[in-house]
Design a protein around this ligand. Structure first.
Ligand code: SF4
Ligand code: SF4
Length: 255
């Protein structure tokens, strides 16, 4: 690309420069830097997407779990109605259905399987959505998600008592209901205080029961019952603060 490149200005003068793919850009610190346009047509394992969010798992990913590349300790459940941040526009949405995701590295949004030095540590067997994601074509959609997504029923359907516990927890601690109660409480419906507290108590009690009676390990609870209401409360604008021997409940008003 070294032929002449011309721009005819409004006053008729002609600006000529060498046609080349080098353009003026900026480095990470904002300093001017000569840069090139290049075409990206396949994943070069840069790791950007792995640091933005973690992938959800689909039914076709079950063999990776069964073979132990990803274990139940590496995943957690997003429950229906849970507030999640979209990797596409960064906005917060209510999950319209249950999904199972890989956990992030604690305190970050980076996938548990991402290593700064080597990139994805399970690249050869990475989940389907990682394989299907094409950053270069802006293809963010997962077709047929509702049918393809992995659910807790796929993992635990043979353990009847656990499925019963999961269903009971969903009824007593439904996140859609939690959201409604908190919103009404924020708008002055004080009688909802006890109902919200009951949900917190049930959420804790069923986890303790599962540990004691079913020998479920602590690090499996996020996939069995999702994240605790304590962890999720602030996403619903409910602030829980410890004051002496007590917890204080406050509502953050958004408007
Ligand atoms: S899909 Fe794109 S952003 Fe993700 S690792 Fe590959 S090249 Fe990087
Ligand atoms: S599984 Fe691998 S490719 Fe997929 S987000 Fe995690 S580190 Fe990236």
């Amino acid at each position: 690309m070294d032929e002449k490149f011309e721009i005819i200005l409004p006053d008729g003068t002609i600006f000529r420069s060498k046609k080349e793919s080098i353009v003026q850009g900026f480095d990470e610190e904002g300093k001017p830097k000569k840069m090139k346009f290049i075409q990206k047509t396949e994943c070069d394992r840069c790791g950007q997407c792995c640091q933005l969010d973690t992938p959800i798992l689909l039914k076709e990913d079950l063999p990776i779990l069964l073979k132990g590349y990803i274990t139940e300790k590496d995943i957690y459940t997003i429950r229906e109605g849970e507030r999640i941040r979209s990797r596409i526009d960064g906005e917060i949405y209510d999950a319209s259905m249950e999904m199972i995701k890989i956990k992030p590295i604690f305190g970050t949004s980076t996938c548990l399987f991402y290593d700064n030095a080597v990139g994805c540590t399970i690249y050869e067997v990475r989940p389907t959505v990682c394989r299907e994601f094409e950053c270069w074509s802006q293809n963010y959609t997962i077709t047929g998600l509702e049918k393809r997504r992995l659910t807790r029923a796929d993992l635990f359907r043979d353990i009847e008592i656990l499925m019963q516990a999961i269903n009971t927890h969903e009824k007593k601690c439904s996140l859609n209901q939690f959201s409604e109660l908190v919103e009404e409480y924020a708008n002055g419906k004080e009688e909802n205080f006890d109902k919200i507290v009951d949900m917190f108590l049930f959420d804790q009690a069923i986890r303790s029961w599962a540990k004691e009676k079913l020998n479920i390990q602590e690090n499996l609870l996020p996939v069995v019952f999702g994240r605790t209401l304590f962890e999720l409360a602030s996403l619903f604008n409910l602030i829980i603060e410890k004051e002496g021997e007590n917890f204080i409940m406050k509502v953050r008003r958004t408007s």
